[in-house]
Design a protein around this ligand. Structure first.
Ligand code: EPU
Length: 275
């Protein structure tokens, strides 16, 4: 495969998305779905095959019914939080500071402030492995901490979330709390969010902090001073700088604490560009 065999596809309707996936599958072209890419680390050689980026149309539609919000995979979590506030629906405040989209959040079971995406899911509409569009209710989907195995090969198209009736003051207060926690504990510099999943023994951020790794770096990639689980880009860091730093942290955690750190950030793509 060479650089000419790389495709970027932006469907805006579910049937276009389904057709794009079928087209690629029929030709043996590998497919990756990329939303905002906020929790991704793409190796320096880029992604082989087709990248499908849901954009606009049905993917950015949002509707409200009672205390439920239905949002397309391309809707930002931030937007869901603001729609919830407009309609006085509580429980969505934690989404305000999440940089990703609904699609990525579902795939990862993203979370913050003690809440996870699947705590609020009522149903998910997805494209299954046979390229059929289906809807499944929450009870039919297994979700784990930062992992929803079924959404590895089935691609989320939209989801319905539930909240609780609330008043504007309570929502504003909770939004402010969430914003304050994030601003006071997480870096503003460019990063891919939390690098590692929290192991059972101890939070990954605290562990990295305790091992004295803050501000250590490779090239322009550096462990954040604000939060040990973030690797920030000090300008022009390559993916391989970040991956080397990840490997160093993992080795030290294993050696010093016997802990196997697992990345939360998804690492994809090729090491080298082939022309
Ligand atoms: N801590 C340290 N040193 C650090 C970082 C944290 O001692 O460098 C301590 C804090 O003082 C606190 C504890 O560790 O006592 C927990 O820290 P924090 O509240 O920041 O939570 P976390 O477990 O490190 C998780 C999620 C974040 C989410 C925050 C806030 C994971 C891997 N991380 O972090 O999610 O924003 O809670 O709710 O589950 C992400 O998923 O990308 C992410 C950033």
């Amino acid at each position: 495969m060479c650089i000419r065999d790389r495709f970027w596809i932006e469907p805006s309707e579910f049937h276009q998305f389904a057709e794009s996936v079928s087209f690629c599958k029929a030709r043996g072209i590998p497919v990756r779905i990329v939303g905002r890419g906020s929790n991704l680390l793409v190796r320096d050689g880029g992604i082989r095959g087709a990248v499908i980026h849901p954009a606009g149309g049905a993917f950015t539609a949002v509707s409200v019914e009672g205390n439920t919000i239905t949002a397309g995979a391309g809707v930002r979590f931030k937007k869901v939080a603001s729609v919830a506030r407009e309609h006085r629906i509580g429980g969505f405040e934690w989404m305000e500071g999440i940089p990703g989209n609904v699609g990525g959040g579902l795939r990862m079971n993203a979370g913050a402030m003690g809440v996870e995406t699947f705590d609020q899911v009522v149903s998910v509409t997805f494209l299954d492995e046979d390229t059929e569009i289906r809807t499944r209710s929450r009870s039919e989907i297994k979700s784990f901490y930062r992992n929803v195995p079924e959404l590895r090969r089935n691609y989320a198209l939209k989801a319905t979330f539930t909240g609780i009736p609330s008043d504007l003051d309570t929502i504003q207060e909770r939004l402010a709390e969430s914003r304050h926690h994030r601003n006071s504990t997480q870096p503003k510099a460019a990063s891919a969010g939390c690098t590692f999943k929290n192991p059972e023994a101890c939070g990954a951020g605290r562990l990295i902090d305790e091992m004295g790794l803050k501000e250590t770096g490779v090239g322009k990639a550096e462990v954040s001073l604000e939060h040990g689980n973030f690797i920030v880009n000090r300008g022009g860091a390559s993916a391989s700088d970040v991956i080397d730093l990840i490997d160093q942290i993992k080795a030290k955690a294993k050696e010093e604490r016997g802990i196997d750190l697992e990345t939360e950030v998804r690492i994809l793509g090729e090491d080298e560009v082939v022309f």
